[in-house]
Write a protein that binds this ligand. Structure first.
Ligand code: AMP
Ligand code: MG
Length: 282
């Protein structure tokens, strides 16, 4: 099944997250049915990233957005571990520092975009400035409502410079979030993940959903599409995201660059070096 088609956000009609089942596992019945496929896409991601890095002319930016405990960290751990750390980077977006807050909202994002040949994952992103900022009225509506166009232009600039952009919203249900909060409470290994704001933010669920629906509808473009990934099931979430990334990289038609040296000449140097090394033997 082509998850790029299935989970793409159509910008011509208002997205309604209530219409998408967060527990869906599409065409797959079980974790074991997905395992081989996921391995296959992970191998494909690894091979394509090798070419992206070697080629050094294009780059990939992956944006991960979601409500708390939806699995952003899990995706980074389980999906992006397929790639070579050389050429891959994760950047997390927290509450703006005083220096960040003293600049325009895109400044801190622009500084972190991938260089040629790089893969960068945004764990949260410039979208927080139309999500948490909107939900908590951190700036007036007349400011945040103008940011969608600015985001689209910013992303267009990046794509025209050779960056492929993919944006994922990890869609979980409120019941699943509560289950995951419980797991965090029950397991001392997970206590560090608990935040003071988890339960207060949860109360804003409907407002977040509304903000996400608007943001995703207004900023899902052909150059920087949004995908809504059903994420109650972790194995399905990982499968769908790896397929979308692997297929997108494949479509970039990445190739090894031509060599800059004269291979015949270098071979002659090599044979001379072998001869000299043998001649030096006692
Ligand atoms: P976490 O990703 O769990 O480490 O939490 C980061 C926190 O920073 C989240 O609560 C975000 O909503 C918050 N955050 C990120 N960007 C912004 C922003 N531009 N304005 C306000 N809060 C933000
Ligand atoms: Mg958190």
């Amino acid at each position: 099944m082509d998850y790029r088609k299935q989970f793409l956000v159509d910008p011509t009609k208002q997205l309604l997250l209530g219409d998408i089942d967060p527990s869906s596992t599409a065409d797959l019945a079980s974790k074991s049915a997905a395992a081989d496929l996921t391995d296959q896409y992970r191998a494909q991601m690894e091979a394509e990233q090798f070419l992206l890095y070697a080629d050094g002319r294009q780059s990939l930016l992956v944006v991960l957005q979601a409500l708390d405990a939806a699995g952003k960290d899990g995706v980074i751990r389980h999906v992006f571990s397929a790639m070579n750390p050389q050429g891959t980077r994760v950047h997390g977006f927290k509450q703006p520092t005083p220096i960040e807050a003293a600049h325009d909202f895109l400044w801190r994002a622009h500084k972190q975009v991938p260089a040629d040949g790089e893969v960068v994952i945004f764990n949260r992103s410039h979208y927080e400035d139309v999500l948490v900022v909107r939900v908590h009225n951190l700036v007036p509506e007349e400011i945040w409502s103008q940011r969608y166009d600015k985001i689209n232009e910013f992303e267009r600039l990046l794509t025209e410079n050779g960056t492929q952009i993919l944006k994922f919203f990890l869609h979980i249900s409120p019941e699943e979030q509560l289950e995951r909060f419980k797991k965090r409470l029950d397991d001392p290994q997970r206590h560090w993940k608990i935040s003071d704001s988890d339960y207060s933010e949860r109360k804003f669920w409907p407002q977040y959903i509304e903000a996400y629906q608007d943001a995703l509808t207004k900023t899902s473009t052909t150059h920087a599409p949004w995908y809504v990934i059903p994420a109650n099931s972790k194995w399905f979430r990982n499968l769908a995201i790896s397929q979308i990334i692997a297929d997108t990289l494949k479509d970039m038609k990445l190739e090894l660059p031509p060599t800059h040296v004269n291979i015949e000449e270098i071979k002659a140097h090599y044979h001379a070096a072998v001869k000299a090394a043998n001649g030096n033997k006692p």
